[in-house]
Ligand binder design. Structure first.
Ligand SMILES: Nc1nc2c(ncn2[C@@H]2O[C@H](COP(=O)(O)OP(=O)(O)O)[C@@H](O)[C@H]2O)c(=O)[nH]1
Ligand SMILES: [Mg+2]
Length: 694
């Protein structure tokens, strides 16, 4: 392997919402093409692409996986992606490096919010798309209804190139509308079929659909349209060639159907990918920037050009180390070579490069332009990095990261494991950049942030399995802040008489509220040397220190103006330290006198739900002190925008799931700080004091 012409490569991502059958479909393709000796099942944990232990345990894809097969002289690189919204960043990265996508839609449950999302990504990346209507063997399967759903909510130019023969238990095959033949499957799961004439009762339906297909293809090309209008028909060859141009140009989206689990309708899908999907050379040259000057650069997809490759995923194996999955855009990534990581600005030594089939690594001498593969054991490189030739440096644009929607504080179960936890977390991050790790300055807790509660739970599971580390998750404290409503004047006096040298510092300050978001302002109004000049910065230092931990509940104090206007000193006993303490004392006392209050972060939340859940979701948001700002209809879904306090949506992922039966999706972002209502203030303070006492 590895020597194919670039025009024979097809890079395809399999995308859909979770449970549509992506992993099963990938498995069937690999099996039918002879790339795996047996047809595994998701339920048994025996598929090529759900190989990770956590995936086997949960019976769902948590991470994208790469595999390849050969089909009629083409090399198909298939990426099975995870469907859950918590792993969307991963799916997004994979779509960046392929040239086409197969969107799987269940003939039972139809188009879902996730389907629309991935559909949109594939479209904005300019990928060729095909739709595979899966699960035709299931009880409720309905091809016509699913097609209507697809046309209405996904793509008006979706056009069947196949029709199902039968449905449910009697689903036995497909009609190929290009060749106008029936493919009948006899044996379960072998993928073998016989080609015959279309049964009489399906004939007129098939003919109508063939005409619709011919019209759609003719519509996409002026020259073909002229011919079609003149003659009223297109030959099989014209139809196929026209269809290929339309698919590559994104003007038409072919719809296929079948049953992945029964291995029906897989050959025609493989044929379609090989014969109609674009090769890497059909795509535009990849654009990047010169990492030194910033000018835009283009790289042609040629093996004899300088190397440019993008790392789209990093896997961490506790034993084998890091595995970086790459798309080579130009040149070749060779085993035993030196390359330049233009993102990190460092050299990397490439040891062995491999092709991947799930967890199996197939060593090769090089990965050529247009191909997908992996490099093992790189030191510095991670997801999103560009590897290139140092003399022809280029940086390809990495994919943006989503902002996390949930945060948990985590701590090791065993004291003393903090160091181990921190290094484990950073390695997990290498694998999954949508995880974020930080230390909260106020609470001193380690915060793990991600795309949902289950996302973080999986991360915690991985820490245990990969690094033998048990950690505890707890909801982090909301990062409250304190401020004042009133104005006050207050004295801070620090006086100590001990034996010889004493300590003396004395200041008067005025506290006033500032508008929200203004922060802090310090004004020095000392006249006539009531406090000697050299001690004034010490007073301010004391105030700033005291601001970090407010008197009300220990949160940082913000939006205050402090004016230092009087004081006194002692010629022998005064010192910087004494004035710092005096400033701090004055501020702490003053805050309590100036009607202190608590501020909380308010978030902008956007919830996408099916029509019928809208009332419940809005009701739930209202009960969470939310303020609905607007509702917008999109297809069968509603997008609700609201402002809601962070304290109320820390576990929103779980709550939304309960309210919508897992049919909703949301994003949250910080908006501003606002005052905690008086009736809740006391409770927050009490809870905090309790936590501190513990
Ligand atoms: N009846 C039926 N079940 C299927 C079919 N394809 C997949 N499934 C089942 O649907 C579930 C989800 O499949 P999976 O491949 O993991 O979906 P993914 O989340 O899209 O990767 C599994 O239980 C599969 O066995 C199919 O064509 N027919
Ligand atoms: Mg899967």
């Amino acid at each position: 392997m590895g020597g194919e012409a670039i025009s024979g490569i097809r890079n395809v991502a399999i995308v859909a919402h979770g449970g549509a059958g992506k992993t099963t479909l990938t498995e069937a393709m690999l099996f039918d093409a002879g790339a795996t000796p047996r047809l595994g099942r998701v339920e048994d944990g025996t598929t090529v692409t759900d190989f990770d232990e956590d995936e086997v345990k949960r019976k769902m894809s948590l991470s994208s996986a790469l595999a390849f097969c050969e089909w009629k002289g083409y090399k198909l690189n298939l990426i099975d992606t995870p469907g859950a919204s918590i792993f969307l960043a991963d799916t997004r990265n994979c779509l960046r490096v392929v040239d086409g996508a197969v969107v799987v839609v269940s003939s039972v449950s139809g188009v879902k919010v996730q389907t629309e999302k991935v559909w949109g990504y594939a479209g904005s990346d300019g990928l060729a798309r095909a739709i595979y209507v899966n699960k035709m063997d299931q009880e409720q399967a309905d091809f016509a209804r699913t097609l209507e759903d697809i046309r209405k909510n996904l793509c008006p130019v979706a056009t069947p190139v196949q029709l199902p023969i039968g449905a449910h238990a009697s689903f036995t095959g497909v009609i190929d509308l290009l060749r106008m033949k029936a493919l009948i499957y006899q044996d379960e799961r072998t993928g073998k079929f016989s080609v015959g004439e279309i049964a009489r009762e399906l004939r007129s339906m098939a003919e109508r659909c063939r005409v619709a297909l011919a019209e759609a293809v003719a519509d996409s090309d002026d020259r073909l349209l002229e011919k079609y209008l003149e003659l009223g028909v297109l030959s099989n060859e014209e139809l196929k060639a026209g269809l290929q141009r339309a698919v590559v140009g994104g003007k038409l989206v072919p719809v296929l159907c079948g049953s992945a689990v029964k291995n029906i309708g897989i050959h025609p899908l493989l044929d379609l990918l090989a014969e109609l999907f674009p090769s890497p050379t059909d795509r535009e040259a990849i654009a990047g920037v010169d990492p030194r000057g910033g000018e835009r650069l283009l790289r042609e997809g040629r093996v004899d050009a300088p190397l440019a490759a993008l790392v789209f995923k990093t896997l961490i194996d506790p034993f084998a180390g890091k595995i970086n999955l790459v798309r080579v855009y130009s040149g070749a990534l060779a085993s035993d070579s030196g390359v330049y990581n233009s993102t990190k600005g460092c050299k990397e030594r490439i040891g062995q490069v491999v092709l991947l089939r799930g967890k199996n690594q197939i060593p090769v001498s090089a990965i050529g332009a247009g191909d997908l593969g992996a490099a093992v054991k790189l030191k510095e490189t991670g997801t999103g990095d560009t590897l290139c030739d140092e003399r022809h440096s280029i940086r390809l644009e990495p994919v943006g990261l989503p902002s996390p929607v949930i945060e948990y504080a985590i701590m090791p179960k065993t004291r003393g494991d903090e160091e181990k936890m921190s290094s484990g977390l950073h390695r997990l991050r290498d694998e999954d950049p949508s995880l974020q790790v930080r230390r909260d300055l106020q609470t001193k807790e380690i915060i793990l942030a991600g795309m949902g509660k289950s996302h973080l739970e999986i991360a915690v599971d991985r820490l245990k399995r990969k690094f033998g580390l048990e950690v505890q998750m707890k909801t982090p404290r909301v990062p409250y802040k304190e401020t004042i409503h009133g104005r006050t004047e207050v004295q801070g006096k620090h006086k100590k008489q001990t034996g010889g040298h004493g300590q003396y510092g004395d200041c008067w300050i005025r506290l006033e509220p500032l508008p929200r978001g203004a922060g802090y302002e310090f004004v020095n109004q000392i006249v006539g040397g009531a406090i000697p000049k050299q001690y004034i910065p010490a007073v301010e230092k004391g105030i700033i220190e005291a601001m970090e931990e407010g008197s009300l509940a220990g949160y940082p104090v913000v939006d205050v103006k402090v004016t230092l206007y009087d004081g006194s000193y002692h010629s022998v006993d005064s010192s910087e330290m004494a004035f710092k303490i005096a400033g701090s004392l004055a501020f702490k006392k003053g805050v309590l006198q100036a009607s202190p209050t608590l501020l909380e972060p308010i978030m902008t939340i956007e919830v996408v739900v099916p029509d019928e859940c809208m009332g419940d979701v809005i009701g739930d948001l209202n009960s969470k002190r939310g303020r609905v700002m607007g509702v917008e209809a999109k297809g069968k879904t509603q997008i609700i925008k609201a402002l809601v306090p962070l304290a109320e949506v820390l576990e929103y992922a779980t709550q939304l799931k309960a309210v919508t039966g897992d049919r909703g999706d949301y994003t949250v972002e910080f908006a501003h700080y606002d005052e905690v209502p008086p009736h809740l203030k006391e409770r927050v303070i009490a809870e905090l004091k309790k936590a501190k006492a513990e």
